[in-house]
Design a protein around this ligand. Structure first.
Ligand code: UDP
Length: 466
């Protein structure tokens, strides 16, 4: 008897790999085989991180059925330095052929475990074309961000028609728009494609890539989305194509497993340090896997944390922080880090569920946002790009579980940081609303929750029993 075999393809970024891996674990639990395909450079990075942690059985995650494999990305040396969104465009030119080859090889190897379904990240819709060409009938896109962000992509034709953006994706003016009443307001100059690069040509290329991808988003009856009706009902009403199955991180089993896809080895010593801190006292500071700091801003943040007089745990990624930043942090280590701990990568979900965490100073990536939400943690918002401003709007204006940090002349000052930390910690309302939001958010993935029912139906569809 043949078994359902899913090929899962994330986009090459931490915030895309983690939730698709979470989904893969769910499928495996239901007896489905999953082959998880990264392009070469991401695969190597994950393997290196696991090696640094000393893990055995590196090519496999969880049990023998989520198998990590890779296909060559053929990135030229100058392209490897590009931003992750730019890489998504580069690899789309060479990867379809390689993916075809991988599917052929897998299918030749085993008669009763041929690839029967492809689940591809929403930004790599070309995988659906490959699936169709290879005669794979079940193929679907996975959206690792909010339904509102998906709604924005699906609304591109209307934005063009209404003259909100021009044919290259550039906003015709800087304005705030709302796709539907009660959906989060969006600023046109924050649209993802305007921010991938300072280079106008690169912006245009990326926009064209998104336009092509949007056709794939449109071509299917539904796109599975790592969010829930409870969190975003107006957005799901506006974009009925989006099928909520999340938040996947709210499922207990995934809180244990998901780190297997980490791009960097996480430093778990911070958990012992957190054990020593009083309940609800620590500011957790982390900006995800992509955001970069300049030296002045790094200084202000360090000095703002000092001024707040609170214990803090700060993730400072080694990959993007230059020597100048490190020298500065080293120079103030003695006085600053008597109250704080610095790590280069944290086991974030475990950190956020620790009782000592008082508040999450976050860049508001969707994963970080929902990881804070499912743990009932209030936020301080420091968005950089992509959907992060949209998520900030959810946090501050819709759910009211956090505060934004104001930028004066582009910089967030130490005084602003210290004062907002104080406000969030002193106002019990934030904690109260965050606890209520947590209950709502995890309701969807409980036994009779709406996301859970959708996920079960989706699993039946993959198995061909629906
Ligand atoms: N993360 C982590 N350790 C860290 C910082 C981040 O494990 O020190 C994880 C975090 O739990 C989340 C992902 O990295 O799952 C970041 O995704 P997100 O969407 O928040 O931001 P992005 O990296 O895409 O900007």
């Amino acid at each position: 008897m043949s078994r359902a075999h899913v090929l899962a393809l994330p986009a090459p970024a931490q915030g895309h790999v983690n939730p698709l891996l979470d989904l893969s674990h769910e499928l495996v639990k239901h007896g489905i085989k999953v082959t998880f395909v990264n392009e070469d450079s991401t695969h190597k990075q994950i393997m290196k991180a696991q090696e640094a942690k000393g893990e055995e059985n590196k090519e496999q995650v969880g049990n023998d059925r989520v198998q990590l494999v890779s296909i060559p990305d053929s990135l030229k040396q100058d392209e490897e330095a590009n931003s992750r969104p730019e890489r998504v465009v580069s690899i789309s030119e060479v990867m379809p052929k390689k993916l075809e080859k991988l599917i052929q090889d897998i299918n030749e190897e085993s008669d009763n475990e041929k690839i029967s379904c492809v689940i591809a990240d929403g930004t790599i819709g070309w995988a659906l074309e490959v699936a169709e060409k290879m005669g794979i009938q079940r193929a679907v896109l996975f959206w690792p961000a909010s339904a509102s962000f998906l709604a924005l992509f699906l609304s591109i034709p209307k934005l063009l028609h209404d003259g909100i953006i021009d044919g290259d994706g550039r906003p015709t003016k800087d304005q705030i728009i709302q796709l539907a009443p009660e959906m989060p307001a969006m600023r046109t100059t924050h649209f993802l494609w305007t921010q991938v690069s300072d280079n106008l040509n690169a912006q245009k290329n990326f926009f064209n890539f998104i336009m092509r991808g949007s056709k794939n988003l449109e071509s299917k009856d539904w796109v599975i989305c790592n969010s829930s009706i409870e969190l975003e009902s107006p957005a799901f009403a506006f974009a009925p194509k989006a099928l909520p199955i999340g938040p996947l991180q709210g499922r207990k089993s995934n809180q244990i497993n998901h780190l297997a896809g980490s791009f960097w080895p996480e430093d778990s010593t911070c958990l012992n340090w957190l054990d020593l801190q009083p309940d609800k006292s620590v500011i957790y500071v982390a900006f995800g896997s992509l955001a970069k700091f300049d030296h002045t801003q790094m200084q202000e943040l360090a000095l703002g944390l000092e001024l707040s007089n609170k214990p803090f745990l700060w993730v400072v990624r080694l990959d993007i922080n230059d020597v100048e930043n490190y020298d500065f942090l080293k120079g103030i280590e003695d006085r600053l880090f008597s109250r704080g701990k610095l790590v280069s990568w944290a086991p974030q979900q475990k950190v956020l569920s620790h009782p000592s965490i008082a508040c999450f100073l976050s860049h508001c990536g969707w994963n970080s946002t929902i990881e804070g939400v499912i743990n009932g943690v209030p936020f301080l918002c420091w968005p950089y790009f992509a959907d992060q401003f949209l998520n900030e709007t959810y946090i501050c204006d819709i759910w009211k579980v956090g505060l934004r940090l104001d930028r004066n002349s582009g910089i967030i000052s130490r005084e602003e940081i210290a004062s907002k930390i104080k406000q969030v910690l002193l106002d019990e309302g934030f904690r109260g609303r965050a606890s209520q939001l947590k209950e709502k958010a995890v309701r969807g993935v409980k036994y009779d929750g709406s996301s859970n029912k959708n996920l079960n139906n989706f699993i039946d569809w993959i198995k061909g029993t629906k």
